[in-house]
Design a protein around this ligand. Structure first.
Ligand code: HEC
Length: 128
């Protein structure tokens, strides 16, 4: 890896680190990470991540950007198209907004939210 690339990545890392901290302290409700033995419920645990304060649904709604993450439409929009129950950590609904790997430049999950979404997929991405 050449020097310029290294420093560019380092800079992005530093900026990302501080801006994510500030964001967490100021705005995000504190959700604890899930216990690995917890059952994750789509209705109680997953939908609020997407819908609370229009976190994701400000853009991902019916008529908006796919996938439609609004309460009535989210399950059908996300499963099976955006989940991969064979390789849960490759699910687009997880990776697109995962704080470490996110590919879209808008909103991302907190680390707890990402862990909750991943665990839900690992448990079969049920409509529970
Ligand atoms: C400000 C608008 C906006 C918000 C808020 C937003 N997104 Fe997106 N999202 C987009 C747009 C635009 C695209 C399509 C372009 C792209 O894939 O980068 C997209 C694409 C996606 C995709 C599909 C990616 C793919 O490769 O097909 C997923 C999954 C997704 N968003 C999840 C989320 C989640 C989860 C949240 C909330 C944590 C969220 N988005 C919040 C604008 C938004």
């Amino acid at each position: 890896m050449n020097k310029l690339l290294k420093y560019t990545l380092l800079l992005i890392g530093i900026v990302g680190f501080f801006s994510s901290c500030q964001y967490k302290f100021n705005i995000e409700p504190i959700i604890p990470p899930p216990d690995p033995t917890d059952t994750i419920y789509f209705s109680q645990d997953i939908l609020p991540i997407w819908n609370t304060d229009n976190n994701c649904t400000s853009c991902h709604n019916s008529g908006g950007t796919a996938p439609d993450l609004t309460t009535d439409n989210a399950y059908a929009a996300v499963v099976p198209s955006y989940v991969n129950t064979t390789s849960p950590n490759e699910s687009v609904i997880y990776t697109a907004a995962d704080p470490n790997t996110y590919t879209h430049g808008w909103k991302k999950y907190t680390s707890s939210e990402a862990a909750i979404v991943l665990q839900w997929i690992e448990q079969g991405a049920l409509n529970n």
